[in-house]
Design a protein around this ligand. Structure first.
Ligand code: HEC
Length: 383
């Protein structure tokens, strides 16, 4: 082989030593001379050798740390987004973002990303998977160090690499055998098999097959007996008749005394005078509360009471016209008295408790007050 081509595909120079003392000495020397790209091989661990090699810490720990933190952050985002934003479900009366319940998810994702992610980084980035080749594979050198020899390789890419110098250094330290290690031409021209058309066609086939199986299972198989047992099981739909309950209704009323979330128990049930005396409007007539009151009044009250509460219903006599909200009676009522009517209804006027939150009811009352004031404006008001 010519000297030139010999150098161009040279991976490095290696040497076999016969005992651990010798390999320790040469390693010490090589590290001292400042070589960086070299490696030592032995079929069993030799104490202190890593220290002698002056090995740097592997960055893998930092990679795992960053991946773990990302896993935790992703877990936090996932639980927050799904449970508080995208599909908030009240579970056991707990707040939407119940951190303790999310800890297992955070933990799992942290561990998952830190472990699997690190393995992937190691395989694909550090070991350059799927390239299965390495110039040391299948060499005489490798065969010796996996049996009874101790070996050292200095790579040609090292800054200090000098072919002759290294060979004489190795023999000086009593090398039993010195091998030059070359890249095989196959390896130099390595092209990953994943880009071969055959493989890509195979992948496409797999994708289509999986898609088809997925489609078939989810859209056909589950509708065929006996796999359709989930589909056809005993259940009742809203508004349906049911033979299970004595009253024949499928829909069940809430348990007596149930208080829905966001609503508090109304303590003046059937007691308008108590409500009038004890309830105080917690809202101030600001632009915002009046705007809210107007919006809700127009939606829920004006169809019967008229836009200005004058009792001019828009329902064309399909529902009895209510009295005006501008009578002295209503004007002299406390806010609590009107609140009671909105909450409980009065005679044929139904309750609006389920349509209007407490705040909205108070805001409507502020708006009714504003209406009352505007129909009874005094000269001083505009002066
Ligand atoms: C479906 C029609 C209808 C709607 C909607 C309606 N009311 Fe009434 N409201 C009535 C009728 C009818 C009466 C008279 C009830 C009676 O005979 O005591 C009445 C009575 C009242 C009274 C007592 C008046 C009085 O002189 O006794 C107040 C106050 C009142 N409504 C406020 C409201 C408010 C506030 C809303 C909106 C949240 C509202 N109503 C929505 C039909 C309605």
């Amino acid at each position: 082989m010519e000297a030139n081509s010999l150098k161009s595909n040279l991976y490095g120079v290696s040497a076999i030593f016969s005992d651990t003392k010798k390999i320790a000495e040469i390693t010490h020397k090589v590290a001292e001379l400042g070589y960086k790209n070299y490696d030592v091989h032995s079929s069993f661990p030799i104490h202190n050798l890593p220290k002698k090699m002056k090995l740097k810490w592997s960055p893998l720990g930092y990679i795992a740390f960053v991946l773990g933190i990302s896993g935790a952050a992703f877990g936090l985002f996932l639980t927050w987004w799904t449970m508080s934003v995208d599909y908030p479900l009240i579970i056991g009366g707990k707040p939407w973002f119940s951190f303790p319940a999310f800890v297992p998810v955070l933990f799992e994702l942290t561990v998952l990303l830190a472990s699997v992610g690190t393995a992937i980084v190691m395989l694909f980035i550090i070991f350059k998977f799927p390239n299965p080749k390495h110039p040391l594979h299948d060499t005489e050198y490798m065969k010796r160090v996996s049996v009874d020899g101790f070996g050292i390789v200095i790579e040609a890419k090292d800054e200090k690499f000098d072919y002759e110098k290294i060979r004489s250094l190795f023999s000086e330290f009593g090398a039993e055998k010195i091998f030059d290690i070359y890249y095989s031409p196959e390896e130099l021209n390595y092209k990953p098999k994943v880009f071969e058309p055959k493989f890509i066609v195979f992948l496409i086939f797999l994708v289509v097959l999986t898609a088809f199986i997925g489609y078939f299972v989810n859209n056909k198989l589950f509708y065929m007996p006996p796999f359709d047992f989930m589909l056809y099981q005993f259940r009742v739909n809203p508004q349906e008749e049911s033979t299970l309950f004595a009253d024949g209704f499928a829909m069940r009323p809430p348990v007596k005394g149930t208080v829905a979330r966001g609503q508090s128990f109304y303590q003046f049930k059937g007691q308008p005078e108590e409500a009038a005396a004890n309830l105080i409007n917690p809202l101030l007539p600001t632009e915002q509360t009046l705007a809210l009151g107007q919006k809700k009044f127009n939606t829920f009250c004006s169809p019967c009471h008229g836009w200005r509460g004058e009792g001019d219903s828009r329902l064309n006599q399909q529902f009895p016209n209510p009295p005006s909200l501008h009578t002295d009676k209503v004007r002299n009522w406390t806010d609590g008295r009107i609140y009671h009517i909105i909450t409980e209804g009065q005679n044929i006027m139904p309750s609006y408790a389920s349509q209007l939150s407490e705040e909205e009811r108070w805001a409507i009352i502020l708006y009714i007050r504003a209406l009352q004031r505007s129909l009874n404006a005094k000269l001083e008001d505009v002066q």
